[in-house]
Design a protein around this ligand. Structure first.
Ligand SMILES: [Zn+2]
Length: 256
C-alpha cells in the first residue's frame, strides 16, 4: 500500500515524524507521497524526502487556497523551481492544484486560481508527470478545465461527487479516498461504483483525523472499509490499490 496524499511537512509532525514513519512502515505501507502545497513549505518537504529517500516521495504545487498569497512572478518562479526538481527526479507529480471556491470567494482570485491551474496542467503535461487535482465547491469548472486539456494522468484527490462517477470512469482517471469514507454515505456509494483499478488511497494527514492528528498508518482503516463496501478481501484491496499507486506515480519501490 502507498499513501498517495498527505502533508508530512506540517508542524503537526515536527516533533515525532520519525515515529510516524515507523508506524507507517509497521502498518505495511511501502511508500508515502507527501504533498507540498505552498512554496514556503518546499524546503522542509525536500528535507523530508531526502531523509526518507525511496520511502517518502514528493508532489508539489501551489494549492488553490494559497494562490491569493502570492504574486504572479512568485508563482512563475515557483513553477520553474518545480520543473528543475522534476527534471532532477525529486518530484513525482504536480499537485495538489485546482479550484477551491469554498475558501476563496473573491471573483478575481477565483479567476487567478483558474490561470494557475492551467499553468500546473501545462507543466504536468510537459514533464509527463501525474497531476493531483483538488476541487472544492468548484467541480463543474474543474471538469470543464480538465476536459479542455484532456490530459490522461489525472488523480482527483478526495473525490466525492456522485454525479461525476461516470465521467471519471469514462476518462479512466484515478480517484483517491481517505478516512472521510468511514463517515460519508456518498463516498461509500462512489467507491461501490468505481472499479478498483481506478482507486488509490490517501490520508490527507495531518488532517481528517476527526479531532485528532491523522497519520499515514490510518490508511489501514480506509482499505478495510473499501474491502467491506466492495465485498473483497482486505489483501486484494491492499495489494491492488498499492499497485495502482505505484504504477500511476511510477515509483521505484519494492513490489508488493
Ligand atoms: Zn491535501
Amino acid at each position: 500500500m502507498i499513501d498517495v496524499h498527505c502533508h508530512l511537512e506540517q508542524e503537526d509532525f515536527a516533533k515525532d515524524l520519525e515515529e510516524v514513519i515507523k508506524r507507517a512502515r509497521e502498518s505495511g505501507l511501502k511508500a508515502i507521497i507527501t504533498c507540498c502545497a505552498n512554496p514556503n513549505d518546499l524546503k522542509k518537504s525536500l528535507e523530508i524526502v531526502e531523509k526518507y529517500k525511496n520511502y517518502a516521495f514528493l508532489t508539489a504545487s501551489i494549492h488553490p487556497i494559497h494562490v491569493p498569497e502570492f504574486g504572479d512572478e512568485q508563482i512563475i518562479e515557483f513553477l520553474e523551481k518545480i520543473k528543475e526538481l522534476a527534471k532532477a527526479g525529486k518530484i513525482v507529480g504536480i499537485g495538489e492544484t485546482g479550484l477551491d471556491y469554498y475558501w476563496v470567494k473573491d471573483e478575481k482570485q477565483r479567476e487567478r486560481q483558474k490561470e494557475v491551474f492551467h499553468l500546473h496542467i501545462e507543466l504536468a503535461k510537459k514533464l509527463k508527470l501525474p497531476l493531483v487535482v483538488h476541487s472544492r465547491e468548484a467541480n463543474e469548472e474543474t471538469v470543464k478545465i480538465l476536459d479542455e486539456f484532456n490530459y490522461e494522468k489525472i488523480l482527483w484527490h478526495f473525490f466525492g461527487d456522485k454525479k461525476l462517477v461516470s465521467w471519471l470512469i469514462a476518462k479512466n482517471y484515478k480517484a483517491s479516498f481517505n478516512t472521510f469514507l468511514l463517515k460519508s454515505k456518498t463516498h461509500k456509494k462512489i467507491v461501490k461504483k468505481l472499479p478498483l483499478e481506478q482507486i488509490l488511497l490517501e490520508t490527507d494527514s495531518p488532517w481528517l483525523g476527526f479531532g485528532k492528528r491523522n497519520e499515514p498508518s490510518a490508511i489501514v482503516k480506509v482499505a478495510e472499509k473499501i474491502a467491506e463496501i466492495k465485498k473483497l478481501g482486505f489483501e486484494e484491496v491492499w495489494q491492488s490499490c498499492g499497485r495502482n499507486a505505484k504504477e500511476f506515480f511510477e515509483l521505484n519501490v519494492k513490489s508488493f
